[in-house]
Structures are given as structure tokens and as C-alpha cells.
Design a protein around this ligand. Structure first.
Ligand code: AOF
Ligand code: ZN
Length: 396
């Protein structure tokens, strides 16, 4: 087949890439609302004109293809640009592949093939069997970038891990006396609350709980206003998916008077406990509505691996797999996540201050790496500034 004039390296036409880019933009509006489902967008095109578009808007709601088909009177002969392979299973909604076949579309262009075991190429097969032309891998890199968290969970059973830290220009997260409030300014801290609002859980270690007695809630005006029917304030962008506060504790337990334990009846608070912690101590926390999960291993790397499998499964206390875990610290916990090879994305906030001193800590604690060749390569994905602070987002 001759390559299109403005084709990409895989031979996909510039038009196909342009419409898929639009579908990806639409899909991104579902981020934070559809999880653990993937954000998906769909654009219907005939004679180079968009005749319908839609995206998966909320967990349990209609899929992108169905939204787009209901946005147009007649899709016969059209090309459907879908960011993820159309599904072929009866889940919460009937198969999208069947809906596209019934609507009489002529071509389906897909960015990413769905690795979900109930789909996994089956949607494409069904479309082709119905005589529809299917092309896959269009704008694949951008598609995989948008679906990164979904793809990780489906392939490994674990949520995508975002490590967040705030540091001085010279890479310290506190002074040598431990003072860390505040390194960055209010605008940067607001961005942290926005990030929290789109995550499933925020993880901290016991060191942070003891040092800071944190509340770990989302404090943004729109969330403070969002009250549930029983008068409680919500802690997330999604009421069905309230933000969970997750404490990693190998030996020490949080004080029953800490802010976290005292508010556990209102805001979900879970504890990943090491094997040495007694059942009696765990029961005391359970009496305060803290959900506890004990790991069989005391090895920090193994604790992280096993806890991620627990969080990413439907067997966690929420009964719904997590896709985005944010790790806020301390440096010991971040060091263990790094050692486990489980930091997928870094949000580093950098302030215009220098701290200095060999005893002032950096963001990642032990064990660290010995050789630079062992560092996990991360790619810059975004740069923002908040007054005099900057945020760098790097991804695996
Ligand atoms: C599509 N279009 O817009 C989405 C798809 O829980 P359910 O029934 O909504 O099914 C979730 C699965 O459906 C999810 O794992 C993925 O395979 C697919 N999501 N498929 O054709 C969409 N969101
Ligand atoms: Zn579907």
C-alpha cells in the first residue's frame, strides 16, 4: 500500500492522526472521573467533516462510541476514530463493537489495542468479521501516554504511582533541623491539592504522620463546598471514589489521637501494617474505623509490591481497583518505592530557595542506587510555574 504523503513513521495518514488527536483530547476530559475504567474518546467523520463525538464521562456510564453515535443522526459509511479498541464484552454496558456495526460505520481507526482480558483484540476481530476496515496504532504514543495508568493496572494489577515532593533549588526537602513548612508557596501547594483530588489514595509513612500530624485531605474551594447528603465534606473529585489516606507502617502505629485516626470515620483511612504489629494493636485502630491490611513480609520492597497488588484489586476495602496512587513521603517511603521500581511519575516542585548542609535530606531516602546506570530513565512530560516555584513532571 502506498504511504500517504504526510504519513507518520508507521504509514498513518496526517488526517487520521489529526482526528485521533481530537479523540484523545476529548478522552482526556474523563480523567479523574472514569477510573478504574480508561479515559476514551471517539470522533465520527464523514467526507472530512466531524459528524459526532463523545467520550466516556463517568465510571459505569456509556462508553465513548455510544456517546458519539448518539451525537449524530446517521453514522452510515463514517469513519470512527476511537482512542481504545472498541469493547466486545457485556460489562456495565453492551459491546461497543456491536453498536458500531449496527450503525453501519465503514472504517474504525484505533489508537491503542485494549489489553483487558475480555477484549484483547476481540473487538477488532468482530469489526473485521463484519466487513469493517480497522487500522490500529494511530497516534499510539499519545494514546498510551493518556492510558498509562489503565494499561499498568490491566497488565500488572497495580496502580500507577505518582511520587510528589517539594524541594529547594539545591534539592533538599527540609533543613538539617527538619523544618519543611513551607518550601514552596501557596499556588504550588494548591496544585498539590488538585493532584490529590484526581488520585485514588495518598500514601505517607509513619515518620510523616509523627512529624507532621497531617490531615491529607483535599483543600480546594470547590471541594469544601461539595457536601454529601449527610452533611460531610467530600475528599475527591468523584463521590463514588473518595480519596483514601494510606499509611505505611512497619512497626510503629499512628497515635489514636492523631488527626488521621480521629477523622477516619469521615475520611477513609487505611493502614498497610508490617508483620510484627500485633492483632490487638490493629483492632484498636479498627475500632476507630481505620481499615488495616497486614503484609506477610517486613521487607520494604516486598511490602510495596504486595500492597500495590492489594490496592489494584477489587478486594481492597473500597471494593474497586485503584488506578492512581500518590506518594507524598517521607523520603524513606519514597526511597522504598524507588527501590521497588514502582515510581511511574514524579511531580517535583522546586522553590527559589537554597538550604544547604550535608544533613539536610533529599526527597528519596535509602537505599538509593550505587551506579548511575541503574537509574530508571524518566522522560519530561510537562513543566509549569507557580509564581516563583516550578513543577517538573517526569514519567517513566
Ligand atoms: C470502549 N469504550 O469508552 C471504554 C471502554 O465496566 P465497563 O462495563 O464499563 O467495562 C470496562 C471495560 O470496558 C474496560 O476495562 C475497557 O476494556 C473497556 N472500556 N471500551 O469500547 C469506552 N471506556
Ligand atoms: Zn465499550
Amino acid at each position: 500500500m502506498p504511504k500517504h504523503r504526510d504519513a507518520d513513521a508507521d504509514g498513518h495518514s496526517a488526517d487520521d492522526i489529526r482526528w485521533m488527536t481530537e479523540a484523545l483530547e476529548l478522552a482526556s476530559h474523563g480523567r479523574g472521573k472514569v477510573e478504574p475504567n480508561p479515559p476514551v474518546g471517539c470522533v465520527l467523520v464523514r467526507d472530512s467533516v466531524c459528524i459526532g463525538k463523545g467520550f466516556h464521562q463517568r465510571f459505569g456510564g456509556p462508553h465513548a462510541e455510544v456517546e458519539a453515535l448518539s451525537d449524530c443522526a446517521d453514522a452510515a459509511g463514517a469513519t470512527a476514530y476511537v482512542t481504545l479498541e472498541p469493547c466486545c464484552h457485556h460489562g456495565k454496558t453492551p459491546p461497543c463493537a456491536d453498536a458500531l456495526i449496527r450503525a453501519g460505520v465503514a472504517r474504525v481507526i484505533v489508537s491503542v489495542v485494549d489489553p483487558f482480558e475480555q477484549v484483547d483484540g476481540g473487538g477488532i476481530k468482530r469489526l473485521r468479521a463484519a466487513g469493517i476496515e480497522v487500522i490500529t496504532g494511530v497516534a499510539k504514543q499519545a494514546g498510551e501516554e493518556l492510558l498509562a495508568a489503565y494499561l499498568k493496572r490491566v497488565r500488572t494489577g497495580m496502580p500507577w504511582v505518582i511520587a510528589k515532593w517539594a524541594m529547594s533549588l539545591d534539592g533538599r526537602i527540609a533543613t538539617k533541623t527538619g523544618e519543611s513548612k513551607w518550601i514552596t508557596g501557596p499556588a504550588a501547594r494548591n496544585a498539590v491539592h488538585e493532584l490529590r483530588a484526581s488520585a485514588d489514595a495518598i500514601a505517607v509513612c509513619m515518620g510523616s504522620v509523627v512529624a507532621d500530624n497531617p490531615l491529607l485531605t483535599v483543600r480546594l474551594p470547590e471541594f469544601v463546598r461539595a457536601q454529601t447528603d449527610d452533611g460531610k465534606t467530600t475528599n475527591s473529585a468523584s463521590e463514588s471514589r473518595p480519596l483514601v489516606r494510606l499509611v505505611y507502617s512497619r512497626r510503629r502505629l499512628p497515635d489514636l489521637n492523631s488527626q488521621l485516626v480521629q477523622t477516619a470515620s469521615e475520611t477513609p483511612t487505611w493502614l498497610v501494617a508490617g508483620p510484627e504489629i500485633s492483632n490487638a494493636d490493629l483492632a484498636k485502630l479498627a475500632d476507630h474505623d481505620v481499615e488495616t491490611w497486614q503484609c506477610e513480609s517486613a521487607d520494604p520492597v516486598e511490602m510495596i509490591r504486595q500492597s500495590l497488588l492489594w490496592l489494584g484489586s477489587n478486594d481492597n476495602p473500597r471494593g474497586l481497583a485503584m488506578t492512581h496512587l500518590m506518594v507524598e513521603g517521607g523520603s524513606q517511603l519514597l526511597g522504598s518505592f524507588a527501590a521497588a521500581g514502582q515510581i511511574d511519575e514524579v511531580h517535583a516542585f522546586i522553590a527559589g530557595k537554597c538550604i544547604g548542609g550535608s544533613l539536610a535530606p533529599g526527597p528519596l531516602g535509602d537505599p538509593g542506587i550505587e551506579n548511575l546506570a541503574d537509574a530508571t530513565p524518566l522522560r519530561i512530560s510537562r513543566m509549569d510555574s507557580f509564581n516563583n516555584d516550578v513543577r517538573l513532571i517526569y514519567r517513566r
